[in-house]
Ligand binder design. Structure first.
Ligand code: FES
Ligand code: FES
Length: 174
């Protein structure tokens, strides 16, 4: 449904989507980015914004299971789709996913700014390629930039997440 925002006199649109398994809705201008919808309208601030140009990967979320850069997508384009943000990776009782556990165990983060993007990217990577080679891991995370870890511990974390069975749904809490 269309409308006009009183604040900006801009045409607005009702966007409904599923975020982390919950039906959510917001009224936004057509140019609202998905990253802004998540962070500002839905208050899911775990999704980080670094470059806003599709370069750093910090804003990566899963759209119907596929990693996308939420800073490059309009919120209205996500209408009707399922989004998973970093807040949705853990089990409902707060138990960390295998990818989250592996990053914690292997020190795959330092300042943590890039971590939500890595966690989403790696979750999708391991679903697609459950037992990746080191080359596949490096290739898989090459779209995400980290300014502090030198990537060694991130690669280790991905290996460990694969050992923990990150790709096997239903076994995540074992
Ligand atoms: S903030 Fe989206 S890729 Fe950098
Ligand atoms: S842990 Fe700091 S940017 Fe990656």
């Amino acid at each position: 449904m269309e409308g006009i925002s009183a604040e900006t006199a801009e045409e607005t649109f009702e966007v409904e989507l599923t975020v982390n398994g919950v039906h959510r809705g917001a009224r936004v201008p057509a140019r609202r980015l998905l990253s802004d919808l998540l962070r500002h309208d839905l208050r899911l601030t775990g999704t980080h914004v670094g470059c806003e140009h599709g370069v750093c990967g910090c804003c990566t979320v899963l759209l119907d299971g596929e990693p996308v850069r939420s800073c490059l997508m309009f919120a209205v384009t996500a209408a009707g789709h399922e989004i998973t943000t970093v807040e949705g990776l853990a089990a409902p009782d707060g138990t960390m996913s295998p990818v989250q556990r592996a990053f914690q165990e292997c020190h795959g983060l330092q300042c943590g700014f890039c971590t939500p993007g890595f966690l989403c990217t790696v979750t999708a990577l391991l679903r697609e390629t459950p037992d990746p080679t080191d080359e596949e891991i490096v290739e898989g995370v090459s779209g995400n930039l980290c300014r502090c870890t030198g990537y060694q511990n991130i690669v280790k974390s991905v290996r460990r997440a694969a050992e923990l069975g990150a790709s096997r749904p239903g076994e995540e809490e074992s």
